[in-house]
Design a protein around this ligand. Sequence first.
Ligand SMILES: NC(=O)c1ccc[n+]([C@@H]2O[C@H](COP(=O)([O-])OP(=O)(O)OC[C@H]3O[C@@H](n4cnc5c(N)ncnc54)[C@H](OP(=O)(O)O)[C@@H]3O)[C@@H](O)[C@H]2O)c1
Length: 322
Amino acid sequence: MRAVVASGTGGPEVLSVAEVPDVEAGPGEVLVAVAAAGLNRADLLQRQGFYPPPPGASDVIGMECSGTVAALGEGVTGLAVGDEVTALLAGGGYAGLVAVPAGQVMPVPAGVDLVTAAALPEVAATVWSNVFMVAGLRPQERLLVHGGAGGIGTFAIQIAHRLGATVLTTGGTAEKLAFCTSLGADVAINYRDEDFVAVVQEHGGADVILDNMGAKYLGRNVDALATEGRLVIIGMQGGTRGELDISALLRKRGAVIATTLRARPTEEKSAICAAVVEHVWPLVAEGLVKPVVHGTMPIEQVAEAHALMESGEHTGKILLTL
Ligand SMILES: NC(=O)c1ccc[n+]([C@@H]2O[C@H](COP(=O)([O-])OP(=O)(O)OC[C@H]3O[C@@H](n4cnc5c(N)ncnc54)[C@H](OP(=O)(O)O)[C@@H]3O)[C@@H](O)[C@H]2O)c1
């Protein structure tokens, strides 16, 4: 099979495509012939040598894909060879074939083409698990989404808006903020020249914050919370070591939670995928929540795709086709 290989750790130029031995489905796994793979920020970190795959996972980069079922491992039921699917992976997505625990394989939502479906597993699983399962966002609450024009952000805005929350978001340019508004954001804040804490507090504070920045925003995010607000940190784009005024959190009876999807056990990821299929796919099938794809590139352009994500010029997801 073709797969992306790395000549070492470093910049996008370490990546290229080579022929490697086919993978096979083990017991409880599904072999997927990959149509497309989605890029994630964690892929950039893995390429740089900062985010090794969890034990037992493929060392090929790639945490999500779409494709067709090529084979079923021992004990797998409910799927057939040829089914079109999308899958949440621990690794291995930038390849012609990938073996996935059956619980992390999901159908392609109605109305979405097979390539575009690769844009969905990570954003849907991350947003649903963090904003709804962990932080328990309720209709009529206020959600602050940092980085609203990114892959995660574009999905979080849409689903929270559709489920009745007020959505505030941050972004780096007027164009990106206008796009966030078109997706359903009620308040769009330019993080380069506005104080997001002041704007969010003018609106009563955030009941839930979905944060991609980590350390850099820790204190300011707590300042932006409403009473009983929940800050969920999923990214470390602003570093890992921050300082927190506990008294500010105490006064608000607030919560700070940090999670990562990739390292969760298969059973937990399977439960999240089942929840996504139950709660999110119907909204996608009705066209109420749409995958946002910045661009699709052939796998041979993997280095260019990584450079594009690093530039931050994209809006929504970047996909690689096999
Ligand atoms: N924990 C998990 O399980 C998990 C799973 C998936 C993703 N993540 C994390 O979620 C984050 C977003 O992922 P993604 O796929 O959406 O990446 P992405 O598409 O590259 O988006 C990155 C976003 O960061 C925003 N940003 C940059 N500087 C910012 C700042 N100072 N303040 C606010 N926003 C800023 C960008 O905004 P502009 O483009 O407007 O500048 C952009 O929207 C990443 O950190 C990723 O690692 C975590």
